[in-house]
Design a protein around this ligand. Structure first.
Ligand SMILES: Nc1ncnc2c1ncn2[C@@H]1O[C@H](COP(=O)(O)OP(=O)(O)OP(=O)(O)O)[C@@H](O)[C@H]1O
Ligand SMILES: Nc1ncnc2c1ncn2[C@@H]1O[C@H](COP(=O)(O)OP(=O)(O)OP(=O)(O)O)[C@@H](O)[C@H]1O
Ligand SMILES: [Mg+2]
Ligand SMILES: [Mg+2]
Lengths: 165, 165, 165, 165
């Protein structure tokens, strides 16, 4: 129904501005309806302004800035309707280490109320997690679970699997 | 805690029965390319009632059954079981723990179980309706899906808002 | 050695004149999200004669001119110069070194230079015709473009084959 | 023209099979024309079989397997029509460390004849390069070059910029 959509849209739009500022450490972002007279079909435009820069269309931002903006939108939506669990598959692919840090600090808050399962190749994301689950294929084409731990090799945190300890 | 454990048997790259245990907070799922991480995401969506073969990265539904390797014959059945904690009463049932299981045969037949009782697909899907969980658009973000939010077509992003409404 | 050096002045996020020197073999270009790496790729495409604003991540061509920050006013001109070694005679000219320069004004006017002589855009584009260089589809793979090869539409991948033909 | 396209298509298809085997350490891959009677417009299908697995459509492979397959196709094309330079923007985003290693060993050969400029966030890719170029934004929105070196901190190779030494 139209009122229900508009109510949740406005709430998400409000959260989005705040979540963007938190993830970017400043700047601003807004959502706008492409066609305000046709709420039930209108597309939604995203305008974003990383700190110090100009307000531009999403398509002009960098790969990592776009990912962070999408994450801000996702979290803004979760605030309106939290889910007891979330599965995020390689959401950090385009992010540099610093942005992964900001992402994880926001994720920590959400993780107090919801379970998060994050598929990642990034060591920083792994370091920011409470639990590690490992998958591998010892025999080609046959998946099995492997237990990973965070160990310490030559003063450096590394991810070890069972047979490496 | 919401998700407690997942068991895969004959699903995609899991010809041998594999179990994994979930934990609270943030869990990182890692492993090399092609080892089965996104297949685990597909399994969670599938057991919750996902019917779109496209979003499961399959042609027809039977494609999720293990189709063999150089050393192994294809299997005839795929099954996935998910055990969920219901202590916070997210689900409209009295049981403190709920197990859902889905099975598909190469003949195309499917079976669905709720706490060992045979049920219909719609019973499984209705169970999650209010939690927002079952709607994979919302709490499960597949690999590359973040680009749909960023997509140059503003209409493509509506799914986020509609799910939260 | 083919590319020797690149100079950006007023192009996208480069309001101050910036030069970079290229080397033989493999060069890694790195830096944080949003710092200008892909903008450098855009600059190389642009100076070689790219006319598609979409592939340059711009709305209209004047969008590539630095448009200001909180502390800096927008600029009125953008220019990029690329110096190319021609010792292996990849280019149909006698000079051992070739400099191409492109300039755009906010009024929409453009200027093109080949070794300090004013030329037309088509002169620049024709220069690279046989080397395959100027066709950005072929030797320049933008961020995310690998997905176009992988795209679910088989027609989308033709560009790779057509460029090589 | 049709013969020209077919000739280069066949050559690329041949190289692609070989390049795939090199990048995957085995397995096989092939290209097929969707519409062999309409060569000038037909889409091109990609079938790939990582070592030990079954031949499947590209869409059923993992994110990293798809990237490696696209890289095989790209290199197959470069063998037919080498370009004096190539710019690759974050082509390694979906690859695990091991696959990046295979990618780099093939890239080394191409890099003897062509210049490669690779934009990356991945330390392994950086370690495999002869030259590092760094970009940063000391002032928000204003890009500048920074010189990076590979240094050694506590026995570990790290990337340092000027002011960190
Ligand atoms: N029905 C099936 N039978 C056997 N193998 C399958 C089946 N369906 C998919 N696979 C295989 O599963 C593999 C893909 O696994 P998955 O997508 O989970 O990888 P991943 O761990 O997410 O890797 P990446 O890090 O590259 O994203 C592919 O090699 C594919 O061939
Ligand atoms: N005309 C312009 N004037 C000023 N800034 C611009 C202009 N055009 C683009 N930008 C800015 O350049 C930045 C994007 O830079 P770029 O795409 O090169 O980043 P990147 O280094 O590739 O980052 P990533 O690692 O995230 O891909 C954006 O913040 C964008 O706002
Ligand atoms: Mg995956
Ligand atoms: Mg970029």
């Amino acid at each position: 129904s139209e009122e229900l959509f508009i109510a949740s849209y406005k709430q998400i739009a409000h959260n989005f501005q705040e979540m963007f500022r938190r993830l970017f450490g400043g700047g601003k972002a807004e959502l706008t309806l492409v066609d305000p007279d046709n709420v039930l079909e209108s597309g939604i435009d995203i305008l974003a302004q990383p700190p110090g820069k100009k307000l531009t269309h999403l398509s002009l931002l960098s790969g990592g800035e776009r990912s962070m903006t999408a994450v801000a939108l996702l979290f803004a939506t979760y605030q309106v309707k939290p889910s007891p669990f979330c599965v995020l598959d390689e959401i950090d692919a385009a992010l540099d280490d610093r942005n992964i840090g900001y992402f994880l600090s926001v994720l920590d808050e959400f993780a107090m109320k919801s379970q998060f399962i994050i598929i990642t190749h990034n060591k920083h994301t792994v370091m920011g997690s409470q639990t590690l689950l490992g998958v591998t294929q010892m025999e080609p084409g046959v998946s099995s679970m492997v237990s990973y731990k965070i160990g310490n090799v030559a003063g450096e945190d590394v991810i070890l699997n069972d047979d490496q300890e | 805690m919401f998700l407690k454990s997942l068991e895969l048997y004959g699903f995609k790259s899991f010809p041998d029965k594999v179990s994994l245990e979930f934990a609270d907070g943030i869990t990182s799922l890692l492993g090399p390319n092609g080892c089965g991480k996104s297949n685990i995401v597909d399994a969670i969506k599938w057991v919750l009632g996902e019917q779109s073969t496209k979003t499961l990265r399959a042609g027809k539904m039977e494609d999720v059954i293990f189709n063999g390797t150089d050393n192994r014959k294809p299997l005839q059945v795929a099954e996935v079981s998910l055990v969920i904690s219901n202590e916070e009463h997210h689900l409209p049932l009295d049981d403190p723990e709920v197990e859902i299981k889905r099975r598909i045969f190469r003949t195309g037949e499917s079976e669905y179980y709720l706490n060992k009782n045979r049920v219909l697909l719609k019973n499984i899907r209705e169970l999650f309706f209010d939690t927002g969980v079952g709607k994979s658009a919302y709490s499960i973000l597949e690999q590359g899906k973040i680009d749909q939010i960023l997509s140059s077509k503003p209409e493509d992003r509506r799914f986020i808002f509609e799910e939260a409404a």
